[in-house]
Design a protein around this ligand. Structure first.
Ligand code: AHZ
Length: 309
């Protein structure tokens, strides 16, 4: 039997869910999966679609206004970090903020416009853990398309119940408080829709929002329009004397330097991925991605240590 669409919060399924009862009206809709010209959808009102998104999104923002860990940037380092952190500690509320509409950072391609992704051993273990196939070339492995890694890690991360991601949302400042020992401590982030953050010079002030968290993990990549965000802010806030500035490409020096240098660079702020090369002045590694995965894992471990201390 056809059921007329009704206001979203009066739908029999939602009302029954809310009251803990079984829907007493028929919840079978007059649908038809006929691709020869008679395909019919269940009925809907536009407001149902809006409310389905609004209630979930704004409830999520409400709940995550206080998070356990905020990860800034969903490139290969930020996503690897999120996966390790959220699977190791399912009790933690892990909130990822990504300035772009499309998460993934530079990891949709291998190098230049080429699609294969090179990962040096032993970081291939992470690919095995998340289920990304590769070809073994001895000291390194090759994933046939970088997007296979990025789409897999994204789907793994987003399926975790303790992870949320807000994309098209930029971190435009850090919350920096003075603790009881008179030390400056990063205690959260200041956020805005990216389109607003990019247009502050053309609009009158549109104030931001905040998310507080005892640990912020910055994974915003090397310098660019938004990259190296926290490293640069630490300098202007007087918490870092000057940027180290990323040095020239040297794969053999760069990858271990990034992984082993991943740490809490200032109280409350852990830095991972290529942003660290700007903070520390370490080398660029170019199109080899193992260090991003291993640095993300190290950042997650550092976060757990800091939260447990
Ligand atoms: O959109 C950015 C990207 O997805 C996001 N981001 C930057 N600033 C942000 C902000 N708020 C929210 N203020 C922000 N999000 O951070 C992500 C960074 O991803 P990435 O791929 O640029 O960095 P990564 O460190 O994860 O990976 C680097 C990969 C590179 S670059 C490189 C080289 O140039 O030599 N080699 C490798 C392996």
């Amino acid at each position: 039997a056809a059921t007329l669409a009704r206001p979203y919060d009066e739908s029999p399924i939602l009302l029954a869910k809310k009251n803990g009862t079984t829907p007493n009206e028929s919840t079978t809709y007059d649908v038809c999966e006929d691709y020869e010209g008679n395909y019919r959808f269940a009925p809907i009102e536009e407001a149902q679609v809006s409310r389905a998104m609004i209630t979930r999104y704004f409830n999520m923002m409400y709940e995550r206004a206080v998070s356990d860990v905020v990860i800034v940037g969903a490139g290969s380092a930020g996503l690897s970090c999120a996966y390790h952190l959220a699977t190791t500690r399912p009790d933690l509320k892990v909130t990822i903020l990504e300035a772009s509409v499309a998460p993934g950072g530079g990891a949709w391609l291998g190098g230049q416009l080429m699609t294969p992704m090179v990962v040096r051993k032993p970081a291939d273990r992470f690919l095995q853990e998340i289920g990304v196939p590769f070809e073994d070339e001895g000291p390194f492995v090759v994933v046939k398309h970088a997007a296979l890694f990025t789409s897999t890690i994204l789907s793994r991360v987003l399926a975790l119940p303790n992870v949320v991601m807000m994309n098209a949302t930029a971190v435009e400042d850090l919350i920096i408080r003075t603790d009881f020992q008179n030390r400056q401590r990063v205690s959260g982030v200041v956020t805005n829709w990216t389109l607003v953050a990019l247009n502050h010079d053309t609009q009158s002030c549109m104030d931001p929002n905040t998310i507080t968290a005892p640990i912020v993990i910055s994974a915003t990549g090397h310098d660019g329009p938004m990259g190296a965000f926290s490293a640069k802010r630490l300098v202007s806030a007087g918490l870092l004397k000057e940027l180290g500035n990323m040095r020239g490409l040297d794969m053999n020096r760069a990858e271990p330097a990034i992984v082993n240098g991943t740490r809490e660079v200032t109280p409350g702020l852990i830095m991972t991925g290529m942003e660290l090369s700007e903070h520390d002045g370490s080398n660029r590694m170019g199109p080899t991605f193992g260090a991003m995965m291993a640095s993300g894992i190290k950042a997650a471990r550092e976060a757990i240590k800091a939260l447990d201390s």
